[in-house]
Design a protein around this ligand. Structure first.
Ligand SMILES: NC(=O)c1ccc[n+]([C@@H]2O[C@H](COP(=O)([O-])OP(=O)(O)OC[C@H]3O[C@@H](n4cnc5c(N)ncnc54)[C@H](O)[C@@H]3O)[C@@H](O)[C@H]2O)c1
Length: 323
């Protein structure tokens, strides 16, 4: 990363208590940035956020509240914004569509609308998702695939993604979006996701309940590689004129859920122990991304193999579960 770029830079991160937000916050503080975090919760068990720096301030606020967000931005004057705050769990989004749309769509238009009126903001990198594409037959997904989610989480990301597009094309707001595959690694406390759930079951000798038929295909990418991708985008947005663009981030190594689970059990030194429930509704069957654009335009590359990343994650969860 470009330390010179980040030193003393004023950065706002929404969702900084979350899995990816805590990694980004820690990395930016190490590089000397002044970080303000905004999250709807004050703290969370399992968050890897360190944030013991005089350059850090955490604020409890809802991104769906325009007034409080505008006040935070006018007081703290960020030059760079990473907008990650969202309802990020598919099952919770299905159970709470209105709350999901408020956080994921209204929260996004609030950030963009404030940025439209705040000329000092140099770059906004916004978390869309591979799910923003919805289901397509052509694999791997490239950035020009249509955004056509079918279910609440997916649609919330399709909408947020299009909002970023229009705020750049109509108002020149310097925003670009990321569409990442499944992120995993130390600090993901969301145990409804397959990697944390499989590791926890392997480490505690509990039976893993696989909700799909085990044959759904996904790609998995280590959280530190994704944090690097976000930072590269922010660093390069202005001089490479990346406004209004989307970037896929993936390790381009798709696999079935069963293959992933077998790998996790093998690395953890345990015998696979799971039941295939085959009961999911509303999930895309096969989805994985082409990251050629990020590699070519940003010079981004995956630094952690799946095996190394999973080993790091397993070590972290074993410490967490011992506490
Ligand atoms: N983890 C993945 O595999 C993945 C893949 C693609 C995209 N994404 C996207 O990346 C972003 C970060 O994901 P994550 O895995 O760190 O999720 P996470 O759930 O760990 O973090 C999201 C954070 O946002 C906060 N938040 C939720 N609603 C809010 C609101 N209304 N106001 C303020 N804060 C709010 C939550 O409290 C949480 O701390 C999300 O936008 C997610 O949709 C994640």
């Amino acid at each position: 990363m470009n330390k010179k770029f980040w030193e003393q830079k004023n950065v706002l991160i929404t969702g900084h208590i979350g899995f990816l937000g805590s990694w980004l916050t820690n990395t930016l503080l190490e590089l000397g940035a002044n970080v303000v975090g905004v999250d709807i919760v004050k703290s969370r068990k399992g968050s890897v956020l360190i944030a013991k720096s005089k350059n850090f301030k955490g604020i409890k606020a809802d991104v769906a509240n325009l007034k409080s967000l505008a006040k935070i931005i006018s007081t703290n004057k960020p030059q760079i914004i990473f907008h990650l705050a969202a309802e990020a769990i598919v099952s919770r989004a299905n159970n709470n569509p209105i709350r999901t749309f408020k956080s994921n769509i209204e929260g996004t238009w609030n950030i963009l609308e404030i940025a439209r009126k705040t000329k000092s903001i140099q770059a906004i990198v916004m978390a869309s998702s591979d799910k923003a594409y919805g289901a397509h037959k052509v694999l791997p997904y490239k950035e020009d695939a249509a955004l056509k989610g079918d279910h609440p989480y997916d649609v919330s990301k399709s909408c947020a993604d299009l909002l970023a597009y229009t705020y750049f094309h109509t108002y020149g707001v310097p925003v670009c979006v990321t569409r990442c595959g499944n992120i995993y690694g130390p600090g993901d406390y969301n145990f409804s996701r397959i990697v944390p759930d499989a590791i926890r079951c392997a480490l505690t000798d509990k039976k893993l309940l696989i909700r799909s038929n085990g044959k759904f295909t996904r790609d998995y990418v280590f959280v530190d590689d994704i944090a690097n991708g976000y930072m590269l985008l922010a660093e390069k947005l202005a001089h490479l004129e990346l406004g209004g663009q989307a970037f896929n981030f993936s390790d381009e190594n798709p696999m079935t859920v069963l293959k992933l689970v077998d790998k996790i059990y093998k690395i953890a030194g345990k015998k696979p122990n799971y039941i295939i429930q085959n009961k999911v509704k509303y999930e895309i069957k096969h989805q994985y991304l082409d990251s050629n654009k990020a590699r070519k335009v940003l010079g981004w590359k995956v630094k952690h193999t799946l095996e190394e990343g999973l080993q790091q994650a397993i070590d972290w969860y074993s410490r967490l579960l011992r506490k």
